[in-house]
Ligand binder design. Structure first.
Ligand code: 6PG
Length: 240
């Protein structure tokens, strides 16, 4: 049983570690920020650098805000992105815009340590460029991931065979979650990462979680050995 009494998912979904269940999304955000800081300290002690891929979407906002005040040594941290939407730089709907606003503009990470996905170039050109960035920094130390209501993660969607690619970064041209054009880390990069941490909150995620417990091979379920931070609403499907 996890600290909250939930049944560890390893009994039901063999590809992940036991999940941590939190009363609400704020408790989840605080705990996730603490876990990230601990993994950063370990990576920097062992290898002198912490290579972190940030997730997009709404769920990580509060975690990122909590990370502003954490104990991470940002001078020895490199920031990557799990995926990016093919929109102009600075577009409010870009994942890097959200990360800049909630975290990166508020911590002393050297600008040269932030590796944006050049998604404004379009999926194919941006994926090729990001492959060149990723090639020399494998494995990452931590990939943060969200999960959509359909079981997607990063920009790897269930009905898009791009998650079968072995490429370090992949172009996505028909994402069902707008915008259709995206770039994503490839599944192999997610699985090669030393640590993977899913942040899943909200009753709308319950059905996808339930389907994965029943064996659905969503892209989120294909990330092996991940830690799952889930709030009670996502676990139960009940709001508030
Ligand atoms: C994106 C993200 C995507 C996100 C999930 C969950 O571009 O939106 O990369 O994978 O993590 O869709 O999104 P929410 O956290 O907003 O529910």
């Amino acid at each position: 049983m996890t600290s909250s009494g939930a049944i560890p998912w390893t009994l039901m979904v063999p590809t992940c570690n036991p999940i941590e269940v939190f009363a609400n999304s704020e408790d989840l955000a605080v705990a996730a920020a603490g876990r990230i800081a601990a993994l950063a300290a370990r990576a920097q002690a062992e290898r002198g650098v912490f290579r972190l891929a940030l997730s997009g979407g709404r769920t990580p906002h509060r975690c990122y805000e909590h990370l502003r005040h954490g104990a991470i040594n940002w001078l020895h941290t490199e920031v990557y992105f799990s995926d990016e939407r093919c929109l102009p730089r600075g577009d409010p709907e870009r994942n890097d815009t959200m990360a800049l606003e909630t975290l990166l503009r508020h911590v002393p990470v050297p600008p040269s340590h932030i590796h944006f996905i050049p998604a404004e170039l379009g999926p194919t050109e941006a994926a090729a460029a990001y492959i060149r960035v990723l090639a020399s920094v494998q494995p990452l130390d931590l990939v943060l991931l969200g999960m959509g209501e359909d079981g997607h993660t990063a920009s790897l969607f269930p009905d898009d065979c791009v998650w079968r690619s072995k490429a370090l970064a992949v172009p996505v041209v028909d994402a069902p979650k707008p915008p259709a054009l995206r770039v994503s880390l490839g599944l192999d990069v997610l699985n090669a990462s030393r640590h993977k941490l899913f942040l899943v909150a909200g009753a709308e995620k319950h059905q996808a979680l339930q389907r994965m417990k029943e064996g659905a091979q969503f892209p989120a379920a294909l990330v092996v050995g991940a830690e799952w931070y889930v709030d009670q609403a996502a676990l139960s499907g009940e709001v508030g």
